[in-house]
Design a protein around this ligand. Structure first.
Ligand code: NAG
Ligand code: NAG
Ligand code: NAG
Ligand code: CA
Ligand code: CA
Length: 588
């Protein structure tokens, strides 16, 4: 057994030693980047009205620079009546007045340029606000705008021929029918999200053109790309002989108003929604050819099956989005997940990943509960380590670097339509507000977010212990210091170009990044609720007897800079550590 292993190892080593000689391709800026999601309403309020704004963001770009992230994507800042917190755009080429002006935006970009940070905007193509002039004109059947949205007469109500019923059983993601009757136009329009967010009709070439103009407008103002919202919703199945087809029911969800009550074979994941991303990529590439500079990029919001999501990357003939978001660590991992479950969640994205494409890891955003609440307080650092040490791109939602926990938002304070569309008893199961409360800068009034008497959502009660100031100045460890150390670690060659393998042993998750004969980085995370011993040499003979401890989780008592004896590693429940060393030879 032993000798075959050694022999195998030698064979692998020689294969890899050879392949290592190949010159390294120069990577584009985004391929190893850390992305940081700014939720503008809650990041920093510069003028004391209780709402975050552009000047607030600009004043804090230095914070992002100090964190070490490469790029920020900003949730919508466009003019909006704010029924879905800006995901209901009433003018794609202007800034929401409470957030600032186009001039403020230009200032933000020039400050970002000065600091070497790349800014991406959220692009919301699937739907506009019903207060957008396109919708107003379309509802009035103004020439040229008639077909900007998805209009239909509906079905005749058998009990009253003067009444109409919705064209199909399609549901809104925010509960209830996805069709809304317009008294003015005497037709229904389709809205996958709130009634205030009518879906645009991308089967109309004029709409496609309008959206291309939006992309160009912001490229010219200096953005480095776009994070594209709800892309899998863009196209619906075209009506058959003028009739929209009903979706089949999903027996797993009996509540008829819940979006999951139907199997979305017609309103999600249509092939045309992939094609349009390829067209946008062309626009970005052409813009770069003409104007120079670094690659402009597309990040795609997709929670669809990987076989669909992976297609956004492009194919042998066509380039697509650089980064379709990978939400598997959000959807498939929670407090109860064991190491095997985690491995499956990681596999789900990496297996079938088209060759040469860059993986990415999202662990939080404004639609899901905070990292400690979802994964368990004790696993907070481990999840940040995982997102940073797995190969490719990491995506952090603002506050996750601090270990921010869900804020407390009462029914009366609730503003998210997903919460408001339910009732005072169950709203907390639906509302996305708890993850959207103001960012914690320091221990002063309103966590240093705003001087207002009332902020748009209440500041979470935890702000005096979880905030930037306290965590930066902590005597010992802090989530924030751990996060910054992880970003520093990412500058190592092994993290940029190294190979990777992950496995588990007695429910301890083990991830290694390595360049054979050169560098090794190992992440260990105990997913048990009891102490666990592991013998790494037994699990992976290529790991040397001693490694240096580089980064440890808050709950660890190990000391950074000391040596880890890998033949006998004791890990406390949920303890996570990152170690480094030299890799003698290749081992699978
Ligand atoms: C709130 O909604 C839930 C689930 O839809 C329902 O079971 C409950 O009866 C409702 N409560 C009130 C007070 O309306
Ligand atoms: C760890 O495993 C190695 C390789 O199998 C073995 O030589 C060593 O004795 C083990 N150490 C302990 C503490 O079990
Ligand atoms: C993660 C994300 O961006 N979610 C958004 C998807 O789109 C809907 C409608 O625009 C928003 O409400 C979500 O916040
Ligand atoms: Ca403000
Ligand atoms: Ca749509």
């Amino acid at each position: 057994m032993r000798s075959t292993r050694t022999l195998l190892a030698l064979v692998y080593f020689s294969v890899f030693a050879l392949s290592c000689k190949a010159p390294e391709r120069t990577k584009e800026w985004w391929e190893n980047a850390e992305f940081y999601q700014i939720y503008p309403r809650s990041f920093k309020d510069s003028d004391g009205d209780g709402l975050g704004d552009l000047n607030g963001i600009t004043s804090k770009l230095q914070y992002l620079k100090d964190l070490g992230v490469k790029s920020a994507w900003i949730s919508p800042i466009y003019k909006s009546p704010m029924f879905d917190m800006g995901y209901d755009v009433s003018d794609y080429m202007d800034i929401h007045p409470a957030y600032g002006t186009l001039e403020d935006f230009d200032n933000l970009i020039s400050e970002a340029n000065r600091l070497g940070l790349k800014i991406l905007l959220d692009f919301v193509p699937n739907h506009s606000s019903d207060e957008h002039e396109w919708f107003v004109k379309s509802e009035n059947r103004e020439a040229g705008y008639e077909d900007y949205y998805i209009w239909d007469d509906g079905k005749i109500d058998p009990s009253d021929p003067n009444k109409r019923l919705p064209p199909s059983n399609w549901l809104s993601a925010f509960r209830g029918s996805g069709w809304k009757w317009s008294e003015k136009r005497k037709q229904f329009y389709y809205h996958c999200f709130t009634v205030k967010q009518p879906d645009l009709n991308f089967r109309n070439p004029l709409v496609v053109k309008e959206m291309e103009k939006v992309l160009t407008f912001w490229l010219e103002r200096g953005v480095s790309g776009f994070r594209c919202d709800a892309v899998t919703n863009i196209y619906e199945k075209a009506p058959l002989d003028g009739v929209y087809l009903d979706e089949p029911e999903n027996p797993d969800q009996p509540d008829p108003d819940d979006f999951d009550h139907l199997k979305h074979i017609y309103v999600l994941d249509q092939p045309e929604s992939i094609e349009i991303v390829y067209q946008w990529r062309k626009i970005l590439d052409e813009y770069r050819e003409k104007n120079g500079g670094d690659q402009r990029i597309l990040m795609i919001e997709t929670g669809s099956p990987n076989s669909y999501s992976h297609q956004f990357y492009g194919n042998a003939n066509t380039e697509g989005a650089q980064l379709p978001f990978n939400f598997n660590l959000i959807f498939k991992v929670d407090k109860t997940t064991d190491a095997q479950g985690l491995i499956e969640a990681i596999d789900t994205w990496l297996i079938g990943l088209p060759a040469g494409r860059t993986p990415n890891w999202v662990i939080g955003n404004h639609d899901n509960r905070r990292v400690p609440n979802r994964y368990g307080m004790e696993r907070t650092d481990f999840m940040n380590m995982l997102g940073m040490i797995l190969p490719g791109v990491s995506v952090t939602y603002q506050g996750d670097e601090l270990g921010m926990v869900d804020g407390e938002v009462t029914w009366v304070e609730t503003v998210d339509p997903m919460g408001c569309n339910t009732n005072s008893t169950v709203y907390d199961d639906y509302s996305r507000d708890p993850a959207r409360t103001p960012f914690h800068w320091d221990s002063t009034y309103n966590a240093g977010f705003s001087t207002a008497t009332k902020t748009w959502l209440p500041v979470a009660s935890t702000y005096q212990t979880i905030n930037v100031d306290v965590e930066l100045n902590a005597n010992g460890k802090s989530h924030l210091k751990i996060y910054k150390d992880l970003i520093k670690l990412r500058s190592k060659r092994v993290m940029r170009n190294g190979n990777y393998r992950y496995r588990e042993n007695n429910n301890v998750f083990i991830l290694k990044r390595f360049i054979p004969g050169e560098e090794l980085v190992v992440l260990l995370g105990n997913m048990n609720d009891h102490n666990e011993y592991i013998n790494l040499s037994e699990v992976d003979p290529s790991i040397p007897a001693n490694l240096e401890i580089l980064i440890v989780s808050m709950n660890s008592e190990k000391v950074v800079g000391t040596t880890l004896n890998t033949k006998s590693v004791l890990l406390k429940p949920s303890e996570a550590i990152v170690c480094g060393g030299t890799l003698a030879f290749y081992w699978r």
